[in-house]
Design a binder for this molecule. Structure first.
Ligand code: NDP
Length: 320
Protein backbone atom coordinates (compact mmCIF):
# COMPACT_ATOMS: atom_id res chain seq x y z
CA UNK A 1 0.00 0.00 0.00
CA UNK A 2 1.35 3.46 -0.82
CA UNK A 3 1.92 5.70 2.14
CA UNK A 4 -0.09 8.95 2.40
CA UNK A 5 1.89 12.13 1.73
CA UNK A 6 2.33 14.20 4.89
CA UNK A 7 3.46 17.85 4.86
CA UNK A 8 5.18 18.92 8.11
CA UNK A 9 5.09 22.61 9.07
CA UNK A 10 7.37 23.62 11.95
CA UNK A 11 9.51 21.39 14.12
CA UNK A 12 9.00 17.87 15.43
CA UNK A 13 10.81 15.61 17.87
CA UNK A 14 13.00 12.72 16.64
CA UNK A 15 10.34 10.30 17.87
CA UNK A 16 7.66 12.06 15.81
CA UNK A 17 9.89 12.12 12.70
CA UNK A 18 10.54 8.39 13.14
CA UNK A 19 6.79 7.70 13.29
CA UNK A 20 6.08 10.00 10.33
CA UNK A 21 8.72 8.21 8.23
CA UNK A 22 7.34 4.81 9.22
CA UNK A 23 3.76 5.55 8.22
CA UNK A 24 3.90 8.42 5.71
CA UNK A 25 5.87 9.87 2.84
CA UNK A 26 7.18 12.87 4.76
CA UNK A 27 7.77 16.30 3.24
CA UNK A 28 9.17 18.69 5.83
CA UNK A 29 8.81 22.38 4.97
CA UNK A 30 12.22 22.99 6.54
CA UNK A 31 13.90 20.70 3.98
CA UNK A 32 12.28 22.31 0.94
CA UNK A 33 14.19 25.18 -0.74
CA UNK A 34 11.89 25.81 -3.72
CA UNK A 35 8.50 25.80 -2.00
CA UNK A 36 6.56 27.07 -5.03
CA UNK A 37 8.10 24.35 -7.23
CA UNK A 38 7.25 21.76 -4.57
CA UNK A 39 3.64 22.95 -4.27
CA UNK A 40 3.17 22.90 -8.06
CA UNK A 41 4.58 19.39 -8.37
CA UNK A 42 3.37 17.74 -5.15
CA UNK A 43 0.47 19.87 -3.90
CA UNK A 44 -2.28 17.55 -5.13
CA UNK A 45 -0.63 14.51 -3.49
CA UNK A 46 -0.62 15.95 0.05
CA UNK A 47 -3.50 14.49 2.07
CA UNK A 48 -2.22 15.22 5.59
CA UNK A 49 -0.60 18.17 7.35
CA UNK A 50 1.24 18.07 10.68
CA UNK A 51 1.65 21.48 12.28
CA UNK A 52 1.76 23.16 15.67
CA UNK A 53 -0.19 25.76 17.59
CA UNK A 54 2.26 28.51 16.62
CA UNK A 55 2.74 27.84 12.88
CA UNK A 56 -0.82 26.78 12.03
CA UNK A 57 -1.42 26.47 8.28
CA UNK A 58 -1.49 29.44 5.92
CA UNK A 59 -4.09 29.98 3.20
CA UNK A 60 -1.27 29.44 0.68
CA UNK A 61 -0.88 25.79 1.77
CA UNK A 62 -4.62 25.24 2.19
CA UNK A 63 -5.14 26.35 -1.42
CA UNK A 64 -2.15 24.40 -2.72
CA UNK A 65 -3.40 21.09 -1.21
CA UNK A 66 -6.73 20.38 -2.99
CA UNK A 67 -6.84 16.80 -1.63
CA UNK A 68 -6.03 17.65 1.97
CA UNK A 69 -8.09 15.52 4.38
CA UNK A 70 -6.59 15.96 7.82
CA UNK A 71 -4.60 18.52 9.83
CA UNK A 72 -2.97 17.30 13.05
CA UNK A 73 -1.88 20.01 15.48
CA UNK A 74 0.93 19.43 18.02
CA UNK A 75 -0.62 21.47 20.86
CA UNK A 76 -4.04 22.05 22.39
CA UNK A 77 -4.27 25.69 21.28
CA UNK A 78 -5.08 25.84 17.58
CA UNK A 79 -5.85 29.56 17.16
CA UNK A 80 -3.18 29.72 14.42
CA UNK A 81 -5.34 27.42 12.26
CA UNK A 82 -8.15 29.10 10.36
CA UNK A 83 -10.75 26.36 10.98
CA UNK A 84 -13.72 27.71 8.99
CA UNK A 85 -12.35 27.13 5.44
CA UNK A 86 -10.98 23.72 6.46
CA UNK A 87 -14.27 22.62 8.02
CA UNK A 88 -16.15 23.86 4.93
CA UNK A 89 -14.00 21.47 2.86
CA UNK A 90 -14.65 18.58 5.27
CA UNK A 91 -11.02 18.55 6.46
CA UNK A 92 -10.64 17.10 9.95
CA UNK A 93 -8.49 18.97 12.47
CA UNK A 94 -7.11 17.37 15.61
CA UNK A 95 -5.21 18.80 18.58
CA UNK A 96 -3.62 17.43 21.78
CA UNK A 97 -5.89 18.20 24.77
CA UNK A 98 -5.49 16.83 28.33
CA UNK A 99 -2.02 15.25 28.00
CA UNK A 100 -0.43 18.64 28.79
CA UNK A 101 -2.75 19.77 31.60
CA UNK A 102 -0.44 18.86 34.46
CA UNK A 103 2.76 20.46 33.20
CA UNK A 104 1.04 23.64 32.00
CA UNK A 105 -0.68 23.93 35.40
CA UNK A 106 2.66 23.25 37.13
CA UNK A 107 4.23 26.08 35.13
CA UNK A 108 1.43 28.47 36.07
CA UNK A 109 2.00 27.64 39.74
CA UNK A 110 5.77 27.94 39.31
CA UNK A 111 5.33 31.44 37.85
CA UNK A 112 2.90 32.47 40.58
CA UNK A 113 5.13 31.21 43.40
CA UNK A 114 8.26 32.70 41.84
CA UNK A 115 6.49 36.06 41.48
CA UNK A 116 5.07 36.08 45.01
CA UNK A 117 8.41 35.07 46.63
CA UNK A 118 10.51 37.40 44.43
CA UNK A 119 12.55 34.39 43.29
CA UNK A 120 14.53 35.94 40.43
CA UNK A 121 15.64 38.99 42.43
CA UNK A 122 16.48 36.73 45.40
CA UNK A 123 18.61 34.48 43.19
CA UNK A 124 20.43 37.50 41.72
CA UNK A 125 20.98 38.92 45.19
CA UNK A 126 22.34 35.66 46.62
CA UNK A 127 24.87 35.41 43.75
CA UNK A 128 25.86 39.08 43.87
CA UNK A 129 28.17 39.02 46.88
CA UNK A 130 26.04 41.81 48.42
CA UNK A 131 24.31 39.69 51.06
CA UNK A 132 26.88 40.37 53.79
CA UNK A 133 27.11 44.13 53.15
CA UNK A 134 23.53 44.92 52.13
CA UNK A 135 21.61 42.33 54.12
CA UNK A 136 18.42 40.79 52.85
CA UNK A 137 15.98 42.11 50.29
CA UNK A 138 12.52 43.13 51.48
CA UNK A 139 9.90 40.61 52.56
CA UNK A 140 7.83 38.81 49.94
CA UNK A 141 4.16 37.77 49.95
CA UNK A 142 2.64 34.45 50.98
CA UNK A 143 0.31 32.70 48.54
CA UNK A 144 -1.53 30.98 51.42
CA UNK A 145 -5.13 32.04 51.90
CA UNK A 146 -5.10 34.44 48.95
CA UNK A 147 -7.88 34.72 46.35
CA UNK A 148 -6.70 33.65 42.90
CA UNK A 149 -8.85 34.21 39.82
CA UNK A 150 -8.62 31.89 36.83
CA UNK A 151 -9.66 33.27 33.45
CA UNK A 152 -10.63 30.12 31.55
CA UNK A 153 -11.64 27.32 33.91
CA UNK A 154 -11.37 24.55 31.31
CA UNK A 155 -9.17 21.45 31.25
CA UNK A 156 -5.96 23.23 32.28
CA UNK A 157 -7.75 25.83 34.43
CA UNK A 158 -9.28 23.05 36.54
CA UNK A 159 -5.85 21.49 37.04
CA UNK A 160 -4.50 24.88 38.16
CA UNK A 161 -7.44 25.21 40.59
CA UNK A 162 -6.76 21.75 42.00
CA UNK A 163 -3.12 22.65 42.65
CA UNK A 164 -4.03 26.03 44.18
CA UNK A 165 -6.17 24.17 46.72
CA UNK A 166 -2.97 22.62 48.10
CA UNK A 167 -1.84 26.17 48.96
CA UNK A 168 -5.18 26.93 50.68
CA UNK A 169 -6.02 29.55 48.06
CA UNK A 170 -9.56 30.66 47.45
CA UNK A 171 -10.18 29.96 43.74
CA UNK A 172 -12.64 32.02 41.70
CA UNK A 173 -13.07 32.07 37.91
CA UNK A 174 -14.34 33.81 34.81
CA UNK A 175 -15.59 31.94 31.73
CA UNK A 176 -18.25 32.97 29.22
CA UNK A 177 -20.53 30.44 30.93
CA UNK A 178 -20.84 29.40 34.57
CA UNK A 179 -19.89 25.75 35.08
CA UNK A 180 -22.41 23.51 36.79
CA UNK A 181 -19.81 21.06 38.11
CA UNK A 182 -17.57 23.19 40.35
CA UNK A 183 -17.92 24.94 43.70
CA UNK A 184 -15.64 27.86 42.80
CA UNK A 185 -17.26 31.30 42.73
CA UNK A 186 -18.11 32.44 39.20
CA UNK A 187 -17.81 36.00 37.92
CA UNK A 188 -19.37 36.97 34.63
CA UNK A 189 -17.70 40.37 35.08
CA UNK A 190 -13.94 39.90 34.64
CA UNK A 191 -13.01 43.36 35.96
CA UNK A 192 -14.98 42.73 39.15
CA UNK A 193 -13.21 39.39 39.59
CA UNK A 194 -9.83 41.08 39.11
CA UNK A 195 -10.75 43.66 41.78
CA UNK A 196 -11.49 40.85 44.27
CA UNK A 197 -8.29 38.88 43.55
CA UNK A 198 -4.69 39.01 44.72
CA UNK A 199 -3.58 37.17 41.58
CA UNK A 200 -5.17 36.43 38.22
CA UNK A 201 -4.09 33.59 35.92
CA UNK A 202 -5.10 33.61 32.23
CA UNK A 203 -5.51 30.18 30.59
CA UNK A 204 -8.09 30.69 27.82
CA UNK A 205 -7.66 29.91 24.12
CA UNK A 206 -6.28 32.70 21.91
CA UNK A 207 -8.01 34.06 18.80
CA UNK A 208 -10.61 36.74 18.11
CA UNK A 209 -12.98 35.83 20.98
CA UNK A 210 -10.35 36.48 23.67
CA UNK A 211 -8.38 39.29 21.97
CA UNK A 212 -7.37 41.78 24.73
CA UNK A 213 -9.79 40.20 27.20
CA UNK A 214 -7.30 41.44 29.80
CA UNK A 215 -7.45 45.14 28.97
CA UNK A 216 -6.34 48.26 30.89
CA UNK A 217 -9.42 48.10 33.16
CA UNK A 218 -8.73 44.50 34.18
CA UNK A 219 -5.02 45.23 34.67
CA UNK A 220 -5.80 48.26 36.86
CA UNK A 221 -8.27 46.15 38.83
CA UNK A 222 -5.61 43.54 39.66
CA UNK A 223 -3.77 46.49 41.16
CA UNK A 224 -0.40 47.58 42.58
CA UNK A 225 -0.17 44.64 45.03
CA UNK A 226 -1.49 42.15 42.50
CA UNK A 227 0.10 39.53 40.25
CA UNK A 228 -0.95 38.68 36.70
CA UNK A 229 0.12 35.32 35.24
CA UNK A 230 -0.37 34.60 31.53
CA UNK A 231 0.02 31.03 30.27
CA UNK A 232 -2.77 31.42 27.69
CA UNK A 233 -1.78 33.38 24.59
CA UNK A 234 -0.12 36.78 24.18
CA UNK A 235 -3.17 38.04 22.30
CA UNK A 236 -5.33 37.63 25.43
CA UNK A 237 -3.73 40.68 27.08
CA UNK A 238 -3.31 44.24 25.80
CA UNK A 239 0.50 44.10 25.99
CA UNK A 240 1.21 47.87 25.69
CA UNK A 241 -1.34 48.50 28.46
CA UNK A 242 0.33 45.79 30.57
CA UNK A 243 3.79 47.33 30.08
CA UNK A 244 2.46 50.81 30.95
CA UNK A 245 0.79 49.54 34.15
CA UNK A 246 3.90 47.62 35.26
CA UNK A 247 6.08 50.66 34.51
CA UNK A 248 4.08 53.16 36.56
CA UNK A 249 3.19 50.74 39.37
CA UNK A 250 -0.55 50.33 38.69
CA UNK A 251 0.13 46.56 38.43
CA UNK A 252 2.44 44.90 40.93
CA UNK A 253 3.94 42.02 38.97
CA UNK A 254 3.48 40.01 35.77
CA UNK A 255 4.72 36.48 35.14
CA UNK A 256 4.38 35.70 31.46
CA UNK A 257 4.95 32.61 29.32
CA UNK A 258 3.33 34.06 26.19
CA UNK A 259 3.67 37.33 24.26
CA UNK A 260 1.90 39.35 21.59
CA UNK A 261 4.40 38.84 18.74
CA UNK A 262 6.39 35.74 19.68
CA UNK A 263 9.28 35.19 19.63
CA UNK A 264 9.78 38.96 19.96
CA UNK A 265 9.59 40.45 23.46
CA UNK A 266 9.70 44.27 23.55
CA UNK A 267 12.71 45.75 25.38
CA UNK A 268 10.29 47.82 27.45
CA UNK A 269 8.92 44.56 28.88
CA UNK A 270 12.15 42.61 29.34
CA UNK A 271 13.74 45.59 31.12
CA UNK A 272 11.08 45.62 33.86
CA UNK A 273 12.20 44.19 37.23
CA UNK A 274 8.63 43.36 38.28
CA UNK A 275 8.30 40.60 35.67
CA UNK A 276 9.28 36.98 35.16
CA UNK A 277 9.37 35.92 31.51
CA UNK A 278 9.59 32.44 29.99
CA UNK A 279 9.68 31.55 26.30
CA UNK A 280 6.32 29.79 25.79
CA UNK A 281 7.55 26.62 27.50
CA UNK A 282 4.67 25.70 29.81
CA UNK A 283 4.24 22.28 28.17
CA UNK A 284 7.92 21.84 27.28
CA UNK A 285 8.95 18.85 29.41
CA UNK A 286 10.29 15.60 27.94
CA UNK A 287 7.28 13.74 29.33
CA UNK A 288 4.55 16.07 28.11
CA UNK A 289 6.08 16.75 24.69
CA UNK A 290 6.42 12.97 24.17
CA UNK A 291 2.75 12.49 25.07
CA UNK A 292 1.72 15.38 22.80
CA UNK A 293 3.78 14.00 19.90
CA UNK A 294 2.36 10.49 20.37
CA UNK A 295 -1.21 11.84 20.39
CA UNK A 296 -0.53 13.93 17.30
CA UNK A 297 0.73 10.84 15.44
CA UNK A 298 -2.15 8.68 16.78
CA UNK A 299 -4.64 11.19 15.37
CA UNK A 300 -3.11 10.85 11.91
CA UNK A 301 -2.98 7.05 12.06
CA UNK A 302 -6.54 6.86 13.37
CA UNK A 303 -7.72 9.09 10.54
CA UNK A 304 -6.18 6.91 7.82
CA UNK A 305 -7.46 3.73 9.55
CA UNK A 306 -11.02 4.81 10.39
CA UNK A 307 -11.77 8.16 8.72
CA UNK A 308 -11.97 10.09 11.99
CA UNK A 309 -9.50 11.47 14.52
CA UNK A 310 -9.18 10.67 18.21
CA UNK A 311 -9.18 14.24 19.57
CA UNK A 312 -10.90 16.59 17.10
CA UNK A 313 -11.03 20.34 17.72
CA UNK A 314 -14.63 21.26 18.69
CA UNK A 315 -15.30 22.80 15.26
CA UNK A 316 -14.71 19.38 13.65
CA UNK A 317 -16.37 17.09 16.20
CA UNK A 318 -19.37 16.63 13.84
CA UNK A 319 -17.07 15.13 11.18
CA UNK A 320 -16.02 12.24 13.46
P1 NDP B 1 -10.39 24.37 27.33
O1 NDP B 1 -11.15 24.55 26.06
O2 NDP B 1 -10.58 23.14 28.12
O3 NDP B 1 -10.67 25.62 28.31
C1 NDP B 1 -10.77 26.91 27.85
C2 NDP B 1 -11.53 27.73 28.88
O4 NDP B 1 -11.54 29.11 28.46
C3 NDP B 1 -12.99 27.31 29.05
O5 NDP B 1 -13.28 27.25 30.40
C4 NDP B 1 -13.78 28.41 28.37
O6 NDP B 1 -15.04 28.56 29.00
C5 NDP B 1 -12.88 29.62 28.57
N1 NDP B 1 -13.07 30.62 27.52
C6 NDP B 1 -13.02 30.42 26.18
N2 NDP B 1 -13.28 31.57 25.54
C7 NDP B 1 -13.48 32.51 26.49
C8 NDP B 1 -13.80 33.90 26.43
N3 NDP B 1 -13.98 34.54 25.27
N4 NDP B 1 -13.93 34.56 27.60
C9 NDP B 1 -13.78 33.92 28.78
N5 NDP B 1 -13.48 32.61 28.89
C10 NDP B 1 -13.33 31.91 27.75
O7 NDP B 1 -8.86 24.56 26.91
P2 NDP B 1 -7.55 24.05 27.66
O8 NDP B 1 -7.69 24.29 29.12
O9 NDP B 1 -7.20 22.70 27.19
O10 NDP B 1 -6.46 25.07 27.04
C11 NDP B 1 -6.65 26.45 27.18
C12 NDP B 1 -5.61 27.25 26.42
O11 NDP B 1 -4.38 27.25 27.11
C13 NDP B 1 -5.22 26.75 25.02
O12 NDP B 1 -6.19 27.03 24.05
C14 NDP B 1 -3.93 27.53 24.80
O13 NDP B 1 -4.23 28.82 24.28
C15 NDP B 1 -3.36 27.68 26.21
N6 NDP B 1 -2.18 26.83 26.38
C16 NDP B 1 -0.96 27.42 26.56
C17 NDP B 1 0.17 26.64 26.72
C18 NDP B 1 1.51 27.26 26.92
O14 NDP B 1 2.52 26.65 26.56
N7 NDP B 1 1.60 28.44 27.51
C19 NDP B 1 0.12 25.18 26.66
C20 NDP B 1 -1.22 24.67 26.51
C21 NDP B 1 -2.32 25.47 26.37
P3 NDP B 1 -16.32 29.13 28.17
O15 NDP B 1 -16.39 28.34 26.91
O16 NDP B 1 -17.49 28.93 29.10
O17 NDP B 1 -16.04 30.57 27.94
Amino acid sequence: MTKPHLFLIGGATKRMIQAFNQHFTLHSRRDIDDIDGFLAEMGDKITAVATNGHSGISAKYMNAFPNLQVISCYGVGYDAIDCAPAVARGIQISHTPDVLNIDVANHALLLLLAASRNLIAEDTHARSGQWASAGNLGLSTSITGKTVGIIGLGRIGLEIARKLAAFDCDVVYHNRRKRGDVVYKYYDDLTQMARDCWAVIAITPGGQATQHLVDADVINAIGPQGIFVNVARGSVVDQPALIAALTDGRLGFAALDVFAAEPEIPDALSALPNTILTSHIASATHETRTAMGDLMVENLLEFFATGSVKTPVPECAHLC
